[in-house]
Design a protein around this ligand. Structure first.
Ligand code: XIL
Length: 348
C-alpha cells in the first residue's frame, strides 16, 4: 500500500473525510482506516435527517458513522446543528401551521420567536446529550453569513434570522456548551471565509459574539476552492486573522475543483479530463498543504468533502450549470480509488 496521509500529518493536524454511511465498507473502508483519523457525515447529521418531523428523531444513519469512528479510533466532527438549508419546514411553522416569517402582529412575532428558540434548544439538547462522549468538534451553525444579504452586517436573512435576529446563533452555542463534553470544540462554519466581504462580515460577527461571551472556539473554513482561487495569501491572512482572535481553525470541507465559478466549461466525463489538469491540481494541493503545515499551530484538522473522485457534490454543480452533463475531480484519489498526482505532492 501507499503511505498513510494521517501518518504524514500526524504532527500537524487531523486528516478527515466526509462520508455517507454506505461508504463505510469495501475499498472505501480500507482507505478511511489507512489514511484518515477524523470523520464527518456528508448529510445524515443535518436537521432534515435527524429530526424530519417534530419530536421524531432518527439516529439510525448517524449512529452508523459514530460507531465506525469509535471502532477505528477516529475523531468525529458533527455537521451540522443549525443551517438554513436541509432543515425541515416544520421548524418555521407556528402552532396553527402558518409560516412564522409571515407574521406581522408584534405579539405573534414574539410568540414565534419563543417557539422557534424552544425547538432549537430541544433539537440541540437531544443530539448533544446522545453524542457528547463521541463528538470532538461541533459545527454549531453553518453559513450564517451571506455576502449578498441586504443588511449591512452580511447576516444571512434565513427564517432563523428573520424570526430571531442573531439570537439563534447565541442560543445554539450556549445550548451546545451546556450539554457537550467540556473538551469539545464549538465551531462557526462557512464558505468563502478567505475573501471579502465574507471574511470581514464573519470576523465582525464573531468578534461581537465573543464580546457577549458566546462560547465560540473556532472557525470552520469549508474551503470549497479552485485551482486558481482564492490566493494563498488570502487563505493565510484569514487563518491568521481568526487565530489572532484566540480561535482555532479547521479546514472542514476541502475540495479543489477543476473549474471556475460558475463551473463551465466542464469536462463531460472523467475520461475527457486531460492528465495535465491533474498535474495542475497537484501543484495547487502542494501549495495549500505546505501552507496548512506552516500554520499547523493554528489549524487542528483538515477534512476533505469526500474520499475519491467517484463521489463528489461538485458533480451536481457541474451538471447544474452545464445542461445536466459535467464531471469534476476534486480529490487526491481517482474514480477507482487510486492515488492521483496530488496525493504524491501532499505526501512528499
Ligand atoms: C452538500 C452535500 O455534499 C450534498 O450531498 C447535499 O446534496 C447538499 O449538501 N456546504 C456544506 C455542506 O456545509 O453541508 C454541503 O454538503 C456542501 C456545501
Amino acid at each position: 500500500g501507499v503511505p498513510s496521509l494521517e501518518e504524514r500529518y500526524e504532527e500537524s493536524f487531523e486528516i478527515g473525510a466526509a462520508v455517507e454511511p454506505y461508504q463505510l465498507e469495501g475499498i472505501q473502508e480500507e482507505i478511511l482506516k489507512h489514511h484518515y483519523n477524523s470523520i464527518v457525515a456528508e448529510n445524515v447529521m443535518k436537521p432534515i435527517n435527524i429530526q424530519p418531523e417534530e419530536g421524531k428523531f432518527d439516529f439510525e444513519q448517524a449512529d452508523k458513522i459514530i460507531q465506525f469512528a469509535k471502532e477505528h479510533d477516529m475523531e468525529i466532527r458533527f455537521h451540522t446543528l443549525v443551517w438554513h438549508s436541509q432543515v425541515p419546514k416544520w421548524f418555521f411553522l407556528d402552532k396553527k401551521g402558518e409560516p412564522m416569517v409571515e407574521a406581522t402582529d408584534p405579539k405573534q412575532k414574539r410568540k414565534n420567536k419563543k417557539l422557534l428558540l424552544k425547538r432549537l434548544r430541544k433539537h440541540i439538547k437531544t443530539i448533544v446529550k446522545r453524542y457528547k462522549d463521541d463528538v470532538d468538534s461541533w459545527d454549531v451553525v453553518n453559513e450564517v453569513i451571506d455576502e449578498n444579504a441586504s443588511n449591512d452586517r452580511g447576516l444571512r436573512e434565513s427564517p432563523w434570522y428573520q424570526i430571531t435576529g442573531t439570537d439563534y446563533i447565541k442560543v445554539a452555542f450556549e445550548t451546545v456548551k451546556k450539554f457537550a463534553d467540556e473538551d469539545a470544540m464549538l465551531y462557526i462554519n462557512d464558505y468563502n471565509t478567505e475573501v471579502e466581504p465574507k471574511k470581514t462580515f464573519l470576523y465582525n460577527l464573531v468578534n461581537d459574539l465573543l464580546e457577549q461571551g458566546v462560547p465560540i472556539d473556532g472557525i470552520g473554513h469549508q474551503s470549497h476552492i479552485q485551482i486558481g482561487w482564492p490566493s494563498l495569501k488570502e487563505m493565510e491572512d484569514s487563518i491568521n486573522m481568526f487565530a489572532d482572535l484566540g480561535l482555532d481553525n479547521q479546514i472542514t470541507e476541502l475540495d479543489v475543483s477543476l473549474y471556475g465559478w460558475p463551473p463551465t466549461p466542464a469536462y463531460k466525463t472523467y475520461k475527457d479530463i486531460p492528465y495535465s489538469e491533474f498535474e495542475r491540481q497537484a501543484e495547487r494541493y502542494n501549495d495549500i498543504f505546505e501552507l496548512y503545515e506552516r500554520l499547523d499551530d493554528k489549524i487542528s484538522s483538515v477534512t476533505f468533502w469526500g474520499i475519491a473522485d467517484n463521489h463528489t457534490w461538485l458533480d451536481d454543480r457541474a451538471e447544474q450549470y452545464n445542461d445536466g452533463v459535467g464531471k469534476d475531480a476534486p480529490f487526491v484519489f481517482d474514480m477507482d480509488y487510486n492515488v492521483k498526482p496530488a496525493y504524491w505532492k501532499i505526501i512528499d
